[in-house]
Structures are given as C-alpha cells and as structure tokens.
Design a binder for this molecule. Structure first.
Ligand code: AMP
Length: 292
C-alpha cells in the first residue's frame, strides 16, 4: 500500500489510472466499521483509496477537533493487511489552501436532526465530500449507515451536482452487545461502556413497536426516552423520528422512517439510528416503485 501525503503525487497517480477506483472516506482511527467499507470496496473495485483526514470544517468551535483520536501508523498497518492500495492523508493546508473559498451547502437536509444541534457541521461535511469526489473521481464511494443523515446529505449532493460516482451505503457494524462501533467509544469509562448499549436497545424497541403497528411518532420518542432514562450515566440530547428521505420530523409514520438519537456518556457524544417501515406501507411502496 502506498501512503500518499502530497496532493501533486496523488493527482499524478490518479491521472495515470484508468481502471475502477473505490473511495472510502474516513477521519482515521480506524475500526471494524470503517474496515467493513474497505472490504466491500476491495470486492467491487480494482483499486481502493482510503481518505484519512480529520476535517476541521465539520467540527464546531466547542467540539473535539483537537482531541479527536489520530493514529496514522496504526491505520496504515490495518489497511495494509486488507490489501488496500492507497491511503491518502493530506495536510489541512493541502485540502484547504490559503484563498480557499468554495462551500457546498445541501440546504434542507443539513438543517434537520444533527444539523440543528451542530450548526455548520453538514456544510463542512458536504464541502469536504465534494472536494474529495472531484479529487479522487472514484466509480464508487462507500459510507456507513451509522451516520444516517450524512448518507442522505452525500446522496443528495451527488445527485444535485450530477456526480457520476455511485454512493454505496453499508450497514452499521456493532459490538456483540449492540453498541455501534465509533472512534469516540474510547472516551467511555468502563461503567459508561456497560450502559451505552441501551441506545441501540431503545432504537430496536421502537422499530419493533413500528413493526407491531405503532405509527405514532410521539409515542415512539417517549418510549425511547423512558428506556434511556433507566441508565443513570446517559444524558439524552435528542430523539428523532423522521422521514428517511427528507429527514423531516414525523407525527404519524408514512413510508420508511429513520429513528435516530444522540446521547452523552460523560464526554463521549454517541449517535445511532435504525431504519424502519410500517408493515402497511411496504406493499404500496413496492407498487409505486414498479410504476416508476
Ligand atoms: P468517520 O471516520 O467517523 O468519519 O467515519 C468514516 C465512515 O465510516 C463514515 O461513512 C461512517 O458512517 C463509517 N462508519 C463509522 N462507524 C461505522 C460503523 N460502526 N459501521 C459502519 N460504518 C461506520
């Protein structure tokens, strides 16, 4: 595997490669969740590049940009064992040189859910993703459902800008007890780690309620709040029951919903989500798809 740290070196290499290329965007500090994307990319492309860059534009002023875990050596070693072709790890000044002034804003989707709590976050995400899709020009780019809203923002961006790249979304990889893998899990104390699986348990209970016929979003939100309140270390930030396409909050579920939440356990801010479709909506949706 080649570790590339220079923009010019990457450009030269990219211009000389005409085969299929898969991109896995990450902020490094890799875990099995990231690696699941790399495995899939390797299966579907002749060459794979992992983007390893902690993007300052997507962190708010009070957020953990400086403290965000970084371990390039370990990341490179892990990627090498999988047979990854390139790890592209550029300096902030290469990605955002002096005079950089372009921003990409996916308007409505960026305002919802996480965006309402993290102003500017999806502006930073969309800007860096647009830059990397141009610079890398992959046939496929791989993202995790773990960051469900990010997936929607990126899909919309790619569609709106007429990107030829296919956006592939893969399922969330979890620990045996259901906790979604995250680079931020390392901030959890042993006690908090033991309580954190409640997030996924609460989401699964809500999805099960939908499957049992509950389409009342308020009731679903309350059920999640009550379950999480049983764990004293959890400080719930929000619960959202939103349309999976528009990400608008729902009162009564119609079509596929994304149920998502964010909670603090001490300094660790964890997010998770599940997708669920009320049984009564499955048949009409399929019929609609066939017509279009
Ligand atoms: P990050 O390094 O946190 O920006 O994540 C890079 C990519 O890995 C994003 O597309 C994430 O959604 C994805 N990812 C992070 N955690 C997981 C996980 N537990 N399962 C699957 N994908 C993940």
């Amino acid at each position: 595997m080649e570790v590339i740290t220079s923009l010019e070196a990457w450009k030269t290499l990219r211009r000389s490669w005409c085969g299929t290329l898969g991109l896995v965007p990450t902020m490094g500090s890799l875990h099995e969740g990231h690696l699941s994307l790399v495995h899939r990319a390797l299966a579907e492309n002749e060459r794979v590049v992992v983007w390893n860059f902690v993007n300052p534009k997507q962190f708010g002023p009070q957020e953990d940009y400086r403290a965000y875990p970084r371990d390039r050596e370990r990341d490179a070693a892990l990627l090498r064992t999988l047979g990854t072709h390139y790890m592209l790890s550029l300096a902030v000044e290469e990605v955002y040189p002096a005079g950089f002034q372009t921003e990409v804003c996916v308007r409505a989707l960026s305002q919802q859910i996480e965006g309402a709590r993290r102003p500017g976050h999806f502006l930073g995400v969309a800007t860096v993703v647009a830059k990397m899709l141009c610079l890398i020009s992959p046939q496929h780019a791989y993202f995790g459902q773990k960051d469900g809203q990010q997936c929607r923002v990126v899909q919309q961006l790619a569609a709106d800008l007429g990107m030829l790249c296919e956006i592939v979304v893969l399922p969330t990889v979890r620990e045996a007890d259901g906790l979604a893998l995250s680079s931020r899990n390392r901030y959890l104390s042993a006690e908090a780690r033991a309580q954190a699986p409640v997030l996924y348990e609460a989401l699964c209970a809500a999805a099960a309620a939908v499957q049992a016929g509950c389409v009342d979003a308020t009731q679903l939100r309350e059920g999640i709040r009550a379950k999480i309140a049983t764990r004293p270390l959890a400080r719930l930030e929000y619960v959202s029951v939103a349309d999976a396409e528009t990400l608008e909050e729902q009162e009564c579920l119609r079509g596929t919903a994304m149920i998502s939440l964010s909670a603090y356990f001490g300094p660790a801010r964890l997010i998770d989500n599940v997708l669920t479709t009320p049984p009564a909506d499955l048949a009409p949706t399929a019929a609609l798809r066939r017509r279009t």
